[in-house]
Design a protein around this ligand. Sequence first.
Ligand code: OXD
Ligand code: MN
Length: 627
Amino acid sequence: MRRAASPRLSGRIVTRGAAAAALGLPTVWSAALFDTLESRLLESPMTPVERWVESAEETVRPQRVVWCDGSEAENERLIASMVAEGTLSRLNAAAAPGCTLHRSHPSDVARTEHLTFIATAAREDVGPTNNWMSPTEARAKVGPLFEGVMTGRTMYVVPYVMGPLGSPFSKVGIEVTDSPYVVANMRIMTRMGKAALEHLGSSEEFVPGLHSVGDLSPERRFVVHFPEERLIWSVGSGYGGNALLGKKCFALRIASTMARDEGWMAEHMLILELTLPGGEVHYLAAGFPSACGKTNLAMLVSPLERLGYKVRTVGDDIAWLRPGPDGRLWAVNPEAGFFGVVPGTGPDTNPNAMATIGHDTIFTNVAVTPAGIPWWEGKDKSPPKDLIDWQGRRWDGTGKAAHPNSRFTVAARQCPSMSPRWEDPHGVPLSAIVFGGRRARVAPLVFQAFDWDHGVFVAATMGSETTAAATGKVGVVRRDPMAMLPFCGYNMGDYFGHWLRMGRAVPQPPPIFHVNWFRTSHDGHFLWPGFGQNLRVLLWMIDRIHGRGKGVETPIGVVPTPDALNLDGLDVSKASIEALLHVDRDEWAAEVPGIRAFFDRFGDRLPSEMNRSLDGLAQRLSVVAPA
Ligand code: OXD
Ligand code: MN
């Protein structure tokens, strides 16, 4: 009789995959070939990875097992097989060399937050902002969806490292999946294959993840995290954020719980390098919600490069932060690639991304010309003729040709703006932390928190309009603390407490700023040009760090005086700058009850500092906060 789906509880039985790995032989095994070797191998001890893979194999019962080595040849084989199956197509070899297009199922185009669960013994440990399932319920409800799910399919074993190879801070995951598209993406997004097993060595510390596209039905779609066991299950989706388990599931949700336990931080942040004339270098980490411009900021082209202000990229989505030996906070990008939103990426908005995705890129759900040239809204001024939309239909010019959450997957090393330190095993020291959301009103262009604790409050209460990166309504303002609402693997009240503690653990914590590039005028136009010009806001931050940036204290924090921003050569009216920096007491006072209600949801898990900061804000706004 087969065991129930419990891929952590496997015994010492040698499997086809283990046989392959143990012998260092080709990793695709026919049953007949395996059987001739099985008896010899029964004696050899299995590694913990092999044991886990074996238990997964027993559950999902694949036709064959492939241990991925991450090689170019393997990748080419996979791509050729997907092309043959029709799940991937090659794009125009001259215009988009090495690029491919994948069209997903139309119901599987974004993260599904309502189907994402954290399974802990106690419900309170996931808090009010996560969906909870008990591990027992998860095993009873989701486990059966894995039973025999890979019958007739290939099971790929994908060992991967999050973080630079050889770094003491990097962590290993093993994803088992039946999706070759996932394998090809994981090869770009992580350090994958043989190198990952070498990095793991004899260590038993790895995060297992079991993934199957299942039948792709949203009815049978679940992304379940077991932080107490450091285990991930995902079934029913092939979409990046649900299926590339190294990214959101491991590097944020599971890693955030590891970080809480081990004294570091796993955050939804880009990391950028800013060099000033004369060579002084600063690193900034910035947390914005999904599809709010992290990639654009990370790849910003300095409009003042001629004057010696240069920006380079370290990461665009995730940062692992640790106290460094010099008393500062240091940041590592655990990823090796970019899984970015395509629409809106163009030569004016993000020329570095355009150069990066010009070759060897997997496009998902973009439109395409009959000649195989990828296209999306924002690529250039007007759509080419006879366009085929993201679902493979002739585009009639109405609606979007590319899906609003269509994506590129591309290796970071292809990006011309990568910093030479992007793979530094120790990371880079942070001069500032920036948070921001997408708000048409209320939030000024930039302000600085008074101190670390106030910065934690600002980040914990930030609001942002929802985007197409997750299913659901777009454009609704929701509180998205630290841009981690969908990604924090434990009770957010405890997470705020962890942030407060980290501020005490780091002798020189970086100052915290809040930005909003998206403020609009009364007639709905963006007041700030954004993109490369955002550099000017970063330069004010550096001035503040040096103690020379002029600012005025407002109830919400320190806002630049209109003359404090370097606006040389920029065509923005004085009235717009004033409107951008305006802090409207009534609008902010109207935020207070909503923040209070949000905080109340955490009950006694909310650190008292948070309510104290809220009372402080209310008082500065001269508002009597509701009891
Ligand atoms: C992402 C996201 O894909 O945040 O990075 O949704
Ligand atoms: Mn993200």
